[in-house]
Design a protein around this ligand. Structure first.
Ligand SMILES: *Cc1c(COP(=O)(O)O)cnc(C)c1O
Length: 415
């Protein structure tokens, strides 16, 4: 959509997310965006239609700062444009955004935009299960070589980036799910910038962004989200997003998006758009809750270890956390002494927290990664990623932390 009274770049993100990207005069004065469900858009004249196609296909450049005229909703539509413009100020360093119909759609589009034939991709493990399968079941059979590096291995990652043959992508997911092990973005991006042609450095920022971790400021080229999680925040829609400093990166992904047909639909854009102004509020509350609970559970006799950024004991992990994260975030994992029995007993006895996968919603969720989210990993991969029988992942919501702590304590006593 048009950019009303903005472009100044002087407003702070919580203000800008409420003021840019949406012009009420284009929606009958509606104070909040309307939903435009049309699949096709009327041209003012045949000449305007010709011009719209010339711009959309890249034959003619769009006027400075102007979007191409609307044509057909698989290419773009008003709610996607409003959402994309409003998302930009939330991601520090971003100039452009593109939205997709799931996190996997954003990830898949990034791979199919930036991976070259016969190239290699360096990636951290563990990765989100869907991303891992995309690499193994699609990219590798197409001749792309995957080079895994264990999360947090700074020297190993630098070495892999330096030595991988015909490197097209560095893909980092940090912190790792569910152990919260962090990978340093700054050093990986620095190493990648020494290579020619430069690989595209991509960060899946779902766990700590956009509130607490800013990969574009640390040298990453592209940030991806499962917006299904914190950005949306209510466990009631699927969406994905890509953000970059260089508009050319997003333009290339948008052009693939037209071919793949995976733009986010108008209703979902509208719902997600309404959630953006509260992302930072929700994430701050979730992080404070999680920190208070994790630091109190840590000394319980049934618990071997609580994986949470403020409880790191490794010097390199502490260094990375201080360098790249503003706050520790809303997710922690508990490793029980009693293995699977203890983990299942704990899950069975929770009264407030529910046993479900996914994360980032306002309600607290808990799951057993080994038998659910991470069950597709081989025993060796599980071993490397330190995903054991006794591990339970918790995504903390915005309930009162004292009620949640009491719930966890009563479930612990049943073990
Ligand atoms: C959920 C998730 C994804 C996949 O996103 P969908 O919206 O479910 O497609 C990718 N990466 C991470 C880290 C996730 O948590």
């Amino acid at each position: 959509m048009a950019h009303p009274k903005d472009g100044s770049g002087t407003l702070r993100p919580p203000t800008e997310v409420l003021t840019r990207g949406f012009d009420p005069s284009l929606s009958f004065g509606s104070a909040r965006p309307a939903v435009f469900r049309s699949s096709t858009y009327v041209f003012a004249s045949p000449e305007a239609a010709q011009r719209a196609f010339d711009i959309a296909s890249g034959r003619v450049p769009a006027a400075d700062g102007q979007r191409a005229e609307l044509i057909y909703s698989r290419i773009s539509h008003p709610n996607a444009e409003i959402l994309e413009d409003q998302m930009v100020p939330l991601e520090r360093g971003a100039c452009q955004a593109a939205v997709f119909n799931s996190g996997m759609a954003a990830i898949m589009t990034a791979f199919f935009t930036f991976a070259r034939p016969s190239s290699s991709i360096v990636y951290t493990i563990p990765l989100y299960g869907g991303t891992m399968r995309l690499i193994h079941e699609f990219l590798e059979p197409f001749g792309v070589t995957g080079v895994p590096v264990v999360a947090g291995d700074t020297v190993g990652l630098e070495h892999a980036i330096r030595s991988a043959r015909n490197l097209s992508i560095v893909f980092i997911e940090t912190p790792a799910n569910p152990t919260m092990v962090m990978t340093g973005i700054r050093r990986a991006a620095g190493e990648a910038s020494e290579r020619h042609p430069k690989p595209t450095v991509i960060v899946d920022n779902t766990f700590l962004g956009p509130a607490f971790q800013h990969p574009l400021l640390l040298g990453a080229d592209l940030v991806l989200y499962s917006a299904t999680k914190y950005l949306s925040g209510f466990s009631d829609l699927l969406a994905g997003a890509a953000l970059a400093t260089d508009p050319a990166i997003i333009d290339q992904m948008r052009s693939r998006r037209v071919m793949f047909g995976n733009i986010l639909q108008p209703d979902e854009c509208w719902m997600l758009d309404g959630r953006l102004p509260t992302v930072a509020l929700r994430m701050n509350r979730q992080s404070k809750n999680a920190q208070r609970i994790a630091e109190r559970l840590f000394s319980k006799p049934q618990i071997r270890r609580v994986h949470y950024p403020t409880l790191f004991d490794d010097d390199e992990q502490i260094r990375i956390r201080l360098d790249q994260c503003d706050y520790p975030g809303g997710i922690f994992s508990i490793d029980f002494h009693g293995g699977r029995d203890a983990a299942f007993t704990f899950l069975r006895n929770l009264r407030i927290a529910r046993d479900a996968v996914s994360l980032g919603g306002v309600e607290t969720l808990a799951c057993h990664p080994k038998t659910t989210t991470h069950s597709g990993m081989s025993p060796e991969e599980m071993e490397k990623a330190k995903i054991g029988e006794g591990l339970v992942r918790i995504s903390v919501g915005i309930e009162d932390w004292r009620d949640l702590l009491a719930d966890f304590e009563q479930a612990l006593e049943k073990i």
